[in-house]
Design a protein around this ligand. Structure first.
Ligand code: SF4
Length: 297
């Protein structure tokens, strides 16, 4: 066993052994999360990490291991994301939409700020990715998603929302990329970059995160007296990038199913079920491969 990997602080141990008896008290799951993962909430990203590999969750969230490297697609995605955020933040404040060069300044800044070693794909270079970013952002700027319809009102850009939405589970913290009020709904919008066009199964895979966020945004929609619509704006990383829109109307059955899944994952986390889940898909992109390989059974 390598140093530090098997350690859990006494404080965490005692909270895990003797969980608060009053589990209905809203603060209890938050306290439990604070003791276990050092923060009093959970995010979709942490839940998704556990579902892919419980050991990866443990290394990342319980033991706080720094990633050994970061994939280029992750940085590319967040750099494009920041550029889109800049675009909509300008619209939000009533200033002119940024030019392509201005968006690329934001893209470059995200890459400059990355401190971890970057894992590039076989045919990728920083230059080839920057060219791709220029094409992706040009496709975005020419699409009607970049302009706000007169009948719509921008309610929030990168809006951080937090709430106790599932009994027995810590608060969920989510960041909604864009919230737009139309005449008929509050649209919560998520930006994605993707190698290829999204299929129906990709939407099914992406839905739980937005179904959680729709519950966080519910009080805002209620204040305007409208229902919530989920929307994804997908930018494909192709030679000729495309912009796609996909929508989903949250329904009670899907929300119950999502909440049940998150509750089950949280229970497993509280029970310290942290097994490895090796697979080509999981391990090839895992930022903790070396640490994991050094673990003893
Ligand atoms: S290398 Fe694979 S099994 Fe190990 S933590 Fe990462 S994803 Fe899990």
């Amino acid at each position: 066993m390598i140093a530090g990997v098997g350690d859990t602080t006494d404080k965490r141990r005692s909270v895990l052994r003797d969980p608060p008896s009053d589990t209905k008290h809203v603060a209890a799951p938050n306290d439990f999360a604070e003791a276990l993962i050092g923060r009093s909430y959970i995010s979709w990203s942490s839940i998704g990490t556990y579902m892919r590999c419980p050991m990866r969750f443990r290394l990342q969230y319980v033991l706080g291991q720094r990633p050994e490297s970061v994939s280029s697609s992750l940085i590319f995605g967040s750099a494009i994301h920041s550029a889109l955020e800049e675009h909509f933040a300008c619209l939000f404040t009533g200033t002119a939409a940024p030019s392509l060069d201005e968006l690329l300044v934001v893209y470059d800044r995200v890459w400059r700020e990355e401190t971890q070693p970057v894992r590039f794909g076989k045919t990728e270079t920083p230059e080839s990715l920057r060219d791709l970013a220029g094409r992706v952002l040009t496709a975005f700027q020419s699409h009607d998603v970049a302009a706000l319809d007169r009948s719509c009102r921008l309610i929030g850009v990168e809006e951080e929302l937090r709430g106790a939405i599932i009994d027995g589970v810590p608060d969920v913290l989510g960041r909604i990329d864009l919230m737009i009020l139309t005449e008929t709904s509050l649209r919560i919008i998520d930006f994605k970059t993707s190698r290829s066009a999204w299929s129906a199964s990709k939407i099914t895979e992406a839905a739980p995160q937005q179904l959680l966020y729709s519950q966080l945004a519910r009080p805002i929609a209620d204040a305007f007296g409208v229902p919530i619509e989920i929307e994804w704006i997908v930018l494909t990383k192709a030679k000729q990038p495309k912009v796609e829109r996909h929508t989903l109307t949250p329904d009670p059955a899907s929300i119950r199913r999502t909440n049940g899944m998150v509750r089950d994952v949280w229970r497993a986390i509280c029970g310290e079920y942290f097994h490895i889940n090796p697979s080509v898909m999981n391990c090839s992109t895992c930022p903790h491969k070396t640490t994991c390989a050094a673990l003893e059974g």
